[in-house]
Design a protein around this ligand. Structure first.
Ligand code: G3H
Ligand code: 13P
Ligand code: ZN
Length: 290
């Protein structure tokens, strides 16, 4: 299929109590692992590309990165019959504009650190642009930290305030809202609990689908409950990177003389595909594209 606007699937997921998985990719093999898993599970899925992934893919030039991945994402989506979207994850203002122009079907503006009113005005402008060409728009209120392996102050995490969330959604017209419920990006084990009372309070004031960031560090029990309460897009990155890199490491450790990249990259692709399939099943998306 051509790249899809996945918003109708996210809306359906919200109504039926499951979630669409959004899976981060940094390489072509990781993109392939996602679409192959979506196909094997007959599930809608989102390939998502972060700011740092764009820089990597474009060898330091993120606009080139957007061009590369727009082409790769399009071909990957067309290689399967499952509905697949290409999403910009945690984009800057200029990246969102470029991604919309170059064929992404979904974008997130990350206004992290901006004053609330400024976050609203930029998000609204980008949202109008996205909607004018049928692209799905995500933005965030609160902060899911990205400590990148460094120490951080848990007490300083800015959790989403229900009132602010409602005001933001009304003022911007976004399709989906990323909320901060205590998760943290990049954790290598599932040790974090979500503030589910806060989720319930947000849900009372915000009717659009909500997005969970940093799912790799969240206990599966809380993900399950959160999905049933309206977290209708679940972002997964670190778990995939762990599977991919773990398989590559195993192949290289077994054969110190190996030089053919196809041998270890295909092992990484297969291992990641299995984790994407497991996550698709876990959030209830398996079979939904039938
Ligand atoms: O939210 C972003 C994902 O966790 C991937 O982040 O590509 O900056 O490592 P990264
Ligand atoms: P994890 O790396 O914790 O899975 O977070 C993914 C994410 O939120 C991408 O936006
Ligand atoms: Zn994120």
């Amino acid at each position: 299929m051509t790249l899809q606007n996945v918003f109708p699937w996210i809306l359906r997921a919200q109504q039926e109590g499951w979630a669409v998985g959004a899976f981060n990719a940094n390489t072509m093999e990781q993109v392939q692992a996602i679409v192959l898993a979506a196909q094997a599970e007959a599930a809608p899925a989102i390939i998502q590309i972060s700011h740092r992934a764009l820089t990597h893919i474009g060898s330091g030039n993120e606009i080139l990165g957007i061009k590369y991945i727009a082409a790769v994402g399009k071909i990957a989506a067309e290689s399967v019959t499952a509905p697949v979207a290409l999403h910009l994850d945690h984009g800057t203002e200029s990246e969102v504009i470029q991604a919309i122009a170059l064929g992404f079907t979904s974008v997130m503006f990350d206004g992290d650190g901006l004053p609330f009113e400024e976050n609203i005005s930029i998000t609204k402008r980008l949202c109008d642009m996205a909607h004018s060409v049928g692209v799905c728009m995500e933005a965030e209120v609160g902060e899911v930290p990205k400590p990148d392996g460094k120490e951080f102050d848990e007490a300083a995490i800015e959790l989403t305030q229900p009132d602010e969330a409602a005001q933001f959604v009304k003022a911007t017209g976004i399709d989906t809202l990323a909320v901060a419920l205590g998760s943290v990006h990049g954790l290598k084990s599932k040790t974090v609990s979500l503030d589910l009372e806060r989720l319930q309070a947000i849900r009372k004031q915000v009717s659009i689908p909500l997005v969970l960031h940093g799912s790799s560090g969240v206990s599966d029990n809380d993900i399950k409950q959160g999905v049933s309460m309206g977290l209708s897009k679940v972002n997964v990155a670190t778990q995939l990177a762990q599977a991919f890199t773990g398989a590559v490491r195993e192949v290289l450790n077994k054969d110190g003389g190996l030089v053919d990249p196809r041998k270890y990259m295909s092992a990484g692709r297969n291992a990641q595909m299995e984790v994407v399939r497991e996550r698709i099943r876990f959030i209830g998306a398996s079979g939904k594209a039938k």
